[in-house]
Design a binder for this molecule. Structure first.
Ligand SMILES: [Zn+2]
Length: 112
């Protein structure tokens, strides 16, 4: 099952945070920082981004929710994400307190 963030084609919302002549920007949406320009393959997830295993308590993946018989209220609206692999993919994170009971009817997923 794919769990990648459904966001596509979003670019980072860069804000200059350097000092003096320093080339340094940070994305206001996800917190990603770069010095020249963000790599084209590194899309903006549009939500706060955490390192694997470092996200705040209460934020869980879809797999973790399903193990508890829950699912996200709105899959297209994660509250955060974490990087997977070499940072090329984002795994969405949802607020466990906002989850709903897993429905028996499986929605169509994984359309390619
Ligand atoms: Zn961003």
């Amino acid at each position: 099952m794919r769990e990648w963030l459904p966001v596509q084609g979003l670019v980072h919302e860069g804000k200059w945070i350097g000092q003096g002549d320093e080339r340094r920007w940070r994305c206001e949406r996800c917190g990603y920082e770069w010095q020249w320009r963000p790599p084209a393959w590194r899309q903006c997830p549009g939500v706060p981004r955490y390192r694997d295993g470092e996200f705040p308590p209460g934020l869980v993946t879809v797999s973790q929710l399903r193990r508890k018989g829950l699912e996200p209220r709105d899959r297209l609206r994660p509250v955060g994400c974490y990087w997977c692999g070499r940072g090329t993919r984002y795994v969405p994170l949802y607020d466990e307190r906002d989850a709903v009971r897993l429905s028996r009817v499986r929605r169509k997923e994984g359309r390619s």
